[in-house]
Design a protein around this ligand. Structure first.
Ligand code: NAI
Ligand code: MG
Length: 354
């Protein structure tokens, strides 16, 4: 039996509520399948931990995490205890950077029974593959002068290595899906980096003759994701473009409470990290109404990453069944509690496994 070791960081706010629910679902999957074993080790690193210890994680925290196959994280941030930039940089961004999680993937798809803001949701099912380590989010640049002479220069950094890496990843996942990759570009307006992006894309697409491709300028593509999201399979994008497109992806699904994400280390040297898109939601903490689906779908992405795709499929089908039957938390217009939604997903896993 295959065994996977998972570092669990519930973090703050509703992270501490939805993570145990997702673990409950994962344990149900292991129970009904009988061919996978997941070992969970929990770490209490959070804003409360910071208040007690003066740091978001212990000195040897990264060393500790490195021993696991994956990091499963809830949400980080409690602005009443610790300023966001300290909690974010001390934990979440620290892990993403030091573990070289250079690619961020975020799926967006339509679930029957969920109200999306789209008039014609048309069964969309797409995956945004975002460069997560360079591009427009660089620290290169500077500021000079004061008053009316003030100026700021922000440089975007596109390396061949980073650009090829994210594009190859996109083509590889497209092979497992519907064999289509869309490149988000802006080579008509951005003079250096985006023509370079296009050139690299043209090189990489030659390696994947079976995968169809298309290029779209980012402004038109953003509009397309609202009007025709069903036309897209995998979308590969730079750091900034991917950030914006994945928020549109979350919005057209109906609630940020269901959106999952993965931060991937492509070399296998360090663990990858799986976390829902949402934050710690201080406004609903303690009410028992947090939507557990984002964290549970995130668990499916982790199973897929381990190569346990049958188990991952079982999990997403169970989510689909539960939403179809109307098991929805208030953020989706339902009246069910977090626990009731999780219970139904567990029940569906049992039914589907029969
Ligand atoms: P947020 O995602 O925590 O909440 C935004 C809105 O969405 C709130 O109204 C919240 O109730 C709702 N919401 C979020 N997740 C939900 C769920 N699972 N079920 C039902 N409703 C849900 O973003 P916000 O309020 O901007 O940030 C709160 C804290 O979380 C801050 O400290 C922020 O820095 C942190 N944060 C952390 C992230 C992470 O750990 N990856 C991501 C975003 C924010
Ligand atoms: Mg964003």
């Amino acid at each position: 039996m295959k065994q996977w070791s998972i570092a669990v960081i519930p973090g703050d706010g509703i992270g501490k509520e939805v993570v145990p629910e997702a673990i409950r679902v994962l344990e149900k999957v292991c129970e009904v399948r009988g061919d996978i074993a997941l070992q969970f080790t929990e770490y209490p690193w959070s804003c409360e931990y910071y208040v007690a210890h003066g740091e978001m994680m212990p000195e040897d925290g990264m060393e500790t995490l490195k021993a696991h196959d994956a990091v499963f994280l809830g949400a980080v941030g409690d602005p009443n205890l610790v300023p966001d930039h300290i909690s974010l940089w001390g934990l979440l961004l620290k892990i993403r950077r030091e573990f070289q999680q250079t690619i961020n993937i975020r799926p967006a798809r339509y679930f029957a029974g969920l109200a999306t803001p789209l008039a014609q949701p048309n069964d969309f099912d797409l995956l945004i593959v975002r460069e997560n380590s360079e591009g427009e989010y660089s620290e290169v640049g500077g500021r000079m002068h004061q008053g009316a002479d003030q100026l700021a220069i922000q440089n975007a950094i596109f390396t061949r290595k980073g650009t090829e890496r994210v594009m190859r990843y996109a083509f590889e996942v497209a092979k497992q899906r519907r064999q289509h990759v869309t490149s988000a570009t802006k080579s008509n307006g951005i003079f250096h980096s985006m023509p370079f992006w296009d050139e690299v894309f043209e090189d990489i697409e030659k390696e994947y003759a079976d995968v169809e491709t298309k290029k779209w300028h980012i402004d038109a593509l953003a509009a397309q994701m609202v009007t025709h999201p069903h036309l897209y399979d995998v979308i590969v994008a730079s750091n900034l473009f991917g950030d914006i497109l994945s928020d549109i992806g979350g919005a057209i699904m109906g609630s940020i409470g269901i959106a999952p994400s993965a931060n991937i280390n492509t070399t296998g040297e360090f663990p990858s990290m799986f976390e829902p898109v949402h934050g710690s939601a201080p406004d609903i903490v303690g009410k028992g109404i947090a939507n557990p689906v984002g964290q549970i779908w995130t668990a499916k992405m982790m199973l897929d990453h381990f190569g346990e795709t049958e188990a991952g499929d079982l999990l997403i089908k169970a989510i689909e069944e539960a939403t179809k039957l109307g098991f929805k938390t208030p953020d989706l217009g339902g009246a069910y509690t977090m626990e009731e939604v999780t219970d139904e997903i567990c029940k569906q896993i049992e039914l589907l496994a029969k």
